[in-house]
Design a binder for this molecule. Structure first.
Ligand code: BT5
Length: 253
């Protein structure tokens, strides 16, 4: 049980206090999207110990043995006048920032953000975020954070290894939700904090679209006000705005 009575008491009054906890689901994003289509309210949170079909972007797999990660999704129903769909990146950025802050408060390890949505320690992936629209105008944002395990043989790490100390997943979850509750809606601050934590800005990058390496190589120069990556094309010198894609950081800049 990650969320006990003390955790619920700490969450009282937070926009993300309505937490449903399940031992096992297919995917917290899939289950929460189904609840959204059935009319679940803004702010609903689903957390699970194990996912039998955890997903990354582009139907890639998200791996984690039971009880070793924080696997959590939140349902957001932003009013379009307040956060139009073109700016939904900012809500995802708020989740990534709140998660990074929670890691930092728990351990002192300060993950950086690799555009668009990975938490990294150095070049190792600590967490991934997956944002999806269930089709009813809402937004489901799911986070998988490696706490006590990372997939072997990949450029990945877990918080306990990075910090060299045990980490309490329940406290991490409450801290994440409280942090998200306070950041959510403060979009100018979200943008500025995102830019500070983003390790992609200033790097030489190659951008892939839908898993296919494209022609775009160059220097990531900025994240624009909608959360998109601005890349200065090394061939043409033109600035190209990238809304969706995978980024490979070059190692030698
Ligand atoms: C992501 O995708 O990074 C988004 C991952 C989102 C997972 C959460 S868990 C809760 C919620 N419910 C879900 O079903 N999903 C969300 P992407 O950038 O496509 O990265 C996926 C790739 O990361 C995989 O192809 C693997 O190479 C790698 N990978 C898989 N599991 C990993 C892990 N535990 N740690 C680090 N890398 C991993």
């Amino acid at each position: 049980m990650l969320v006990d009575d003390a955790a619920r008491a700490r969450l009282a009054g937070c926009r993300f206090a309505n937490v449903v906890e399940q031992p096992e689901v297919t995917s917290t994003n899939s289950v929460l999207a189904e609840l959204a289509r059935q009319g679940a309210p803004d702010g609903l949170v689903l957390v699970a110990d194990y996912q039998s079909a955890g997903r990354g972007r582009l139907d890639r797999r998200w791996e984690s043995p039971a009880g070793k990660s924080l696997l959590v999704s939140v349902l957001l129903r932003p009013e379009p006048a307040w956060l139009p769909p073109a700016r939904h990146h900012l809500a995802v950025a708020a989740c990534a920032l709140a998660l990074a802050d929670a890691c930092e408060r728990a351990t002192g390890v300060s993950p950086r953000l690799k555009w668009p949505n990975d938490l990294v320690v150095g070049d190792l992936k600590l967490a991934g975020l997956l944002a999806e629209g269930p089709g009813d105008g809402s937004l489901v944002v799911g986070a998988g954070l490696n706490v006590g395990w990372a997939p072997p043989g990949q450029a990945a790490t877990c918080l306990e290894a990075a910090a060299g100390q045990p980490v309490d997943r329940g406290e991490l979850l409450v801290d994440f939700l409280l942090g998200l509750g306070s950041l959510y809606g403060r979009w100018p601050e979200v943008l500025s904090l995102y830019r500070q934590r983003c390790s992609t800005i200033g790097r030489e990058v190659a951008v892939e679209h839908r898993g296919v390496p494209g022609e775009l190589r160059g220097r990531a120069v900025a994240v624009d006000d909608n959360g998109r990556l601005v890349v200065q094309d090394s061939t043409s010198g033109a600035q190209v705005v990238v809304a969706v894609g995978d980024v490979v950081h070059a190692h030698h800049v």
